[in-house]
Design a protein around this ligand. Sequence first.
Ligand code: ADP
Ligand code: MG
Length: 254
Amino acid sequence: MAQTIISVKNLTKKYGDFEAVKGISFDVFEGEIFGLLGPNGAGKSTTLEIIETLREKTSGEVIVDGINLDKSPNQIKKIIGVQLQTSGYYPGLKLTELIELFGGLYNEPVKPLELLDMVNLRDKAKAKFKELSGGQKQRFSIATTLINHPKIIFLDEPTTGLDPQARRNLWELVIDIRKKGTTVIITTHYMDEAEVLCDRVAIIDSGKIIAMDSPDKLIDKLVATGFERPKEVKQANLEDVFINLTGHGLREEN
Ligand code: ADP
Ligand code: MG
């Protein structure tokens, strides 16, 4: 049995009278890619930000790598990597300068070029953040999560708004990061993405977890109820056409 690295019990979050998270419990295992899936407003970001120590919870218990959130939030901060919204960067700084700035904040020595290599951005080292394409910005923000060599990284909708090539490229990056032993928690509302990436998912709706398992088992359970998809009449879909025509290569002209 895998080791639990994050344990969430009966977590609730109220914004005024509105209960955004309604008593959810889940465990994340060391080394897995765990997906929080759900429609907009389901409570995904709220849940992540509470675990990341960026938002106060209303009640419940959160333990990260044996550290109790109520007792030592600063200890938790040291072992996690959090992706900022891409609007959170100084647009006029070069990528290497931004990495050095983050290294300073974390009090970690950094090797900007090595980090940029990891996310395939070495040739943009001298570019300013604002000059990057959407996919490049996302890859860069993932690089910044790795600066403090975290045990766990949190990615909140990292592929929203990306084109199909950039999306696939980001999936490979996430898989690479996990291969190095980092646990990944990711939110998405793209089910194809969750199916490719996630070992297990929790489906969250209106602040409650309504299902949790591996994508494969969830699909099997649905099929076992007699569910049948309308028969696919074609061997490919429009996304296959698009990728076939335009290739897997990244398009980042700037
Ligand atoms: P998700 O990330 O799944 O889209 P969120 O966690 O961002 O969902 O939001 C869950 C619910 O809480 C939504 O109804 C949202 O409007 C509400 N909410 C989020 N942040 C705040 C806030 N700071 N104040 C009040 N309501 C909020
Ligand atoms: Mg969100």
